[in-house]
Design a protein around this ligand. Sequence first.
Ligand SMILES: C[S@@+](CC[C@H](N)C(=O)[O-])C[C@H]1O[C@@H](n2cnc3c(N)ncnc32)[C@H](O)[C@@H]1O
Length: 204
Amino acid sequence: MGFYGEQILPRVVDKLLGNREFAKVRKEACAGLHGDVVEIGFGSGLNVPFLPDAVTGVWAVEPSSVAWKLAAPRVAQARVPLHQAGLDGARLDLPDARFDAALSTMTLCTIPDVDGALHEIRRVLKPGAEFHFAEHGHAPDNRVARRQDRFNGVQNRIAGGCNLNRDITALLTAAGFVVDPIRNFYLKGPKPLGYMYVGRARNP
Ligand SMILES: C[S@@+](CC[C@H](N)C(=O)[O-])C[C@H]1O[C@@H](n2cnc3c(N)ncnc32)[C@H](O)[C@@H]1O
């Protein structure tokens, strides 16, 4: 990754995903989290203020050192212990059936080996535990979906490997999760960027 990906992009993401509209989505995704939680793609810690009191600790997986620097003030103010827990969601150095919940926001679009990451999340979750997610991806409207496919390569290059067209429900189901509930909607702004999947996926 070059200077843009390492230094600029995490700062851009911190600003773009730190707005009020996303705050509502984060609140929805974090509601009901409890116990020890593993978060994939911790980024600059924008979910930290939304962690419910019932959370006892967060194990945060994040490859970007700049994102960690940006996260420092939020980590310092966190009410719960935060542990740096590795660099790659697809290779978790964490024990089987260890966590009460998992969290990911706007990250499944970017992880290169997304199937591997979902497999790992299931492995570290206790049976019956839930993966809370808020992700963007493949839209059901043909016109939007065609634009997502057309611009996916550009998005990949300018947004650090982000894909516009991953079908999050299909990926979760293929990984063996039971997806329920789920809420799909468009964010304000360009539709190809903003078709959302917000919900929970249970590790059966
Ligand atoms: C669009 S950002 C979202 C950050 C944060 N989840 C949020 O909601 O603000 C995607 C994040 O995924 C991280 N990421 C990229 N590849 C990853 C991987 N293999 N495992 C875990 N995180 C990864 C990036 O460094 C980046 O912080």
